[in-house]
Ligand binder design. Sequence first.
Ligand code: FAD
Length: 457
Amino acid sequence: MSTDSLPSNADAAVITESRDCIVVGGGPAGVMLALILARGGVRVTVLEKHRDFLRDFRGDTVHASTIRLMDELGFGDAFAALPQDRLANFELPLGDGRTVTLADFGRLRPPYDYIAMIPQWDLLDFLVDQATPEPGFDIRMQAEVTRLLEEDGAVTGVEYVDRATGARHRLTAPLTVASDGRGSLVREQAGLVPKEFAVPFDTWWFRLPRFEGERQHSSLMPVFGKGEIMLSLVRNTFFQIAYFREKGADAQLRAEGIERFRQRVAGMRPDLADRVDTIASMDEVHLLDVKLNRLRRWYRPGLLLIGDAAHAMSPAGGVGINLAVQDAVAAATRLAAPLKAGTVTERDLAAVQRRRYPPTVIIQAVQRVLQAAIFGPAVQGKRSGPPAVMIALARHVPAFSALPARLIALGPRPEHAPSFARRPGRTGHRTPGESTRDERSMRDERAAAGERAAAAG
Ligand SMILES: Cc1cc2nc3c(=O)[nH]c(=O)nc-3n(C[C@H](O)[C@H](O)[C@H](O)COP(=O)(O)OP(=O)(O)OC[C@H]3O[C@@H](n4cnc5c(N)ncnc54)[C@H](O)[C@@H]3O)c2cc1C
């Protein structure tokens, strides 16, 4: 729902409140930030425009550095009990039936030697459950920020609309953190424009059913076709599939129609040909306009941007969630004390950017190399699969696969929970949560209902 279609009493009286910190956007960055700040005694409010976290697919990967963080925060065992799959490596096909391991997470130091595959809505529900007992934590759902409040060049808070009632609210605080994602309204209103990098491909997401007994994958491997790539993630009762093609091909794919699209999918994955008819129309094939960008400056007086709002990542390596979480940890570590004392300055905000900018630049540089070496040539139909030098390295230098594994799973500067936020707790990553088929179906139905609701507005 856009601000245009808010309930009719949107002009109702403005209600004004004040907090230590406002967080715009309840994604991985915003919720993690608020959780840690609240543990540091900060009175923090998260404003999230959606009613719940059950909406479009936005990635499943919880990386090793985030799993370690869960342990440090004292809820590793509860996290491990959530239904999840575990990814042990990332492989590339050689085209002759053989594969080469590009990233072997098993080479990392245990127990943080895997990536947990868990739907983002489950992760967010879980984090909110952990944060709710903290006295300073407050999350308001259906709270859509519509305007930044400013005074003498400094951001002093936000105006938001309660989408359930239409009531307008003003919330003021010494600091507003924008974690409102890659289409950030706050960023736009603050007049900050990210630098864009070229991306050669777009992604289309859709689902195919997964039948009882079909194997769980402990590795992720794309399939290369002529000018196209496909990658499937295993969900409980379905496959979540990403189809990659040259940027801008959306109009052509839609003009070709659903039957041609089904043929493309079946051609690349003959093992799924028996179910391509379940994609009813191209409306079920969702375009992700892939972006790779970053802000030069992540702050202004009274305002800090983190996560996708500061830097949108390419899907290569599936690092967006992890990077957003790491930004949040760094921000909370630096800002909790000055926020509590009411002394936060621009120097504190600059320090957060100084800490998180280098890992962002490194990962985006690696993503651009992967785009140039693998994705670009593949979607342009010039080559299917990785370049020869990469194959030779991966095959003859086994230790090579440890480097991408480390970069993907931990990142160049993994963050640790600050001492004030740590809690004792058992670590549980050796005993993954199992759910019954019925529980899985129920969760998938909830997810589908969420997506339908999101599509409906
Ligand atoms: C289809 C798809 C697949 C992806 N797959 C992966 C993957 O496998 N692995 C991975 O690591 N990353 C993946 N990503 C990227 C990942 O989702 C993001 O990098 C990550 O969610 C960024 O977290 P964030 O908290 O910065 O922003 P977001 O998760 O985008 O959260 C922003 C939040 O702000 C809210 N919001 C926006 N505007 C307002 C407003 N005006 N008022 C109030 N609330 C507002 C939004 O509703 C949203 O909840 C994928 C993304 C997409 C779109």
